[in-house]
Design a protein around this ligand. Structure first.
Ligand code: FES
Ligand code: FES
Length: 234
């Protein structure tokens, strides 16, 4: 058999090429080819379908940026003051830190969940000046002076927020992973006046996914909470 056609024992690869460059060579023909391939495909329908996470474009660009700046980009730190649930917090963070990571990793406010980290599931929903946002898509440094409310800030002492109470009453969850985002989103949905019917609730809560499929109970909970906290007159 031609030597080129002999199968390669994977256990030999580490010895041959400890850097892993050979891995790229085997898949794309040349170590530099993967980067070239991804850049060419970026912006095509394939990239849109696969999304940036699977394509790995962002990480490649970030690695290149780090490399060209001597690897110091991650060392930059900035000071920011965030007002969260009525309390001011001073942070020293990398300016690229998302609001979600600032909450979870720097302030241990882990009620807001990281589902997709790409603005697609709503698990990270928090309220900023009363409006719901995906905190995974927003940089923490852009929120100085904002009033941020997370799931931890909704209750008043031992008294649950009406939306929290309604979720309990109607079993609006199973595993509970999406629930903090669902509740924060529902609070804003009601205050926006977008919870006047089942159809309206489904439409205006559609950015919050529930992998357990607790949707009928979530709609029932939002409807009940809406009846107890009517929308403000516009
Ligand atoms: S974690 Fe932010 S939208 Fe999914
Ligand atoms: S309750 Fe499990 S994802 Fe919604």
């Amino acid at each position: 058999m031609n030597d080129d056609l002999q199968p390669i024992d994977p256990s030999e690869l580490a010895g041959i090429d400890p850097t892993g460059g050979l891995d790229e060579l085997l898949i794309f023909g040349h170590p530099g080819t993967r980067r070239h391939f991804l850049k060419q495909v970026a912006g095509t329908s394939a990239a849109i379908s696969l999304g940036p996470a699977l394509m790995g474009i962002g990480s490649i660009e970030a690695a290149e940026t780090d490399a060209t700046s001597g690897g110091n980009a991650s060392a930059a730190v900035t000071h920011v003051q965030l007002r969260i649930n009525g309390r001011d917090h001073k942070l020293e963070i990398d300016p690229r830190t998302t609001l979600l990571d600032a909450l979870r990793e720097h302030l241990q406010l882990t009620g807001s969940k990281k589902g997709c980290d790409h603005g697609q599931c709503g698990a990270c929903t928090v309220l900023v000046n009363g409006r719901r946002i995906n905190s995974c898509l927003s940089l923490a440094v852009t929120h100085e002076g904002d009033e941020i409310t997370t799931i931890e800030g909704l209750a008043t002492g031992d008294e649950l927020h009406p939306v929290q109470a309604a979720f309990l009453e109607h079993d609006g969850f199973q595993c509970g992973y999406c629930t903090p985002g669902q509740i924060c989103s529902a609070v804003a949905c009601i205050s926006e006046g977008h919870a006047r019917s089942d159809a309206e609730i489904r439409e205006w809560m559609s950015g919050n996914l529930c992998r357990c499929g607790a949707y009928p109970n979530i709609v029932a909970a939002v409807k009940e909470a809406q009846s107890k906290t009517p929308a403000k007159a516009s």
